[in-house]
Ligand binder design. Structure first.
Ligand SMILES: [Zn+2]
Length: 225
């Protein structure tokens, strides 16, 4: 087996493992995105970073339930996964992934604030393939953008449409999480309990102050009498 072929097989293996990791996340692709957005990429060891880089590549191209078009890469990430890789077999650099984090987090803030956001896709191409090739029932739509990071945003748009109302920031710990219930405010019972405990302590403090004021007044009255 040639060195090139070996590198290609090793890449494919890592790529498949990344797909599997995203698919088996508790909340699937949405869960993966939320974790990715809140990962300090700078703090990862090279080994940890490589796992994430493969996940970013896998997320864009082919994981989870698909909404919207498949991605048919028209551009690659900046790191070659195998020698002379073109569009496939590439993974993002840490800088590329950090830029995605910043862009998507900014869009998310706008979405929370305005209720909508616009993603622009310069030079995006949509290709429809007739039924039979990829699905027996319906045709398949492929999406290609000139910049790889734009393909990530394209995937994110559909995740937002699907789960946007449930993506929230916990007012207690500031973590971005996927709510289970529509009326859920805190990310975990732990945060909710912490807030409840604090409110209870504060109300007790106010009660004690009121008690003391009452006692003071009574004391004064007694003093006068
Ligand atoms: Zn929280």
């Amino acid at each position: 087996m040639s060195a090139q072929r070996q590198a290609e097989e090793a890449f494919q293996q890592e790529y498949q493992k990344a797909i599997e990791r995203i698919r088996t996340m508790p909340d699937g692709a949405v869960g993966w995105v939320l974790r990715f957005l809140q990962t300090d990429l700078e703090a990862l060891t090279p080994t940890e970073w490589t796992l994430v880089a493969f996940e970013v590549a896998a997320f864009v191209d082919e994981t989870g339930d698909r909404y919207g078009g498949m991605v048919a890469p028209e551009s690659g990430w900046s790191v070659e996964g195998v020698p002379n890789a073109k569009n496939y077999q590439t993974i993002p650099s840490r800088k590329e992934a950090q830029d995605i984090q910043a862009t998507v987090l900014e869009q998310l803030e706008l979405y929370w604030h305005e209720g909508y956001i616009a993603f622009t896709f310069p030079q995006m191409t949509l290709v429809v393939v007739s039924p039979g090739s990829f699905s027996d029932e319906t045709g398949t739509i492929f999406v290609s953008a000139k910049r790889k990071a734009k393909e990530f945003e394209y995937r994110f748009v559909h995740l937002l449409a699907q789960s946007g109302d449930y993506i929230r920031r916990c007012p207690e710990c500031a973590k971005i999480y996927l709510a289970i219930r529509r009326d859920q405010l805190y990310c975990q019972p732990r945060c909710q309990n912490r807030v409840a405990a604090r409110k209870w302590r504060e109300s007790r403090k106010t009660d004690q102050k009121t008690e003391r004021r009452k006692e003071d007044r009574h004391g004064k009255k007694r003093g006068k009498g």
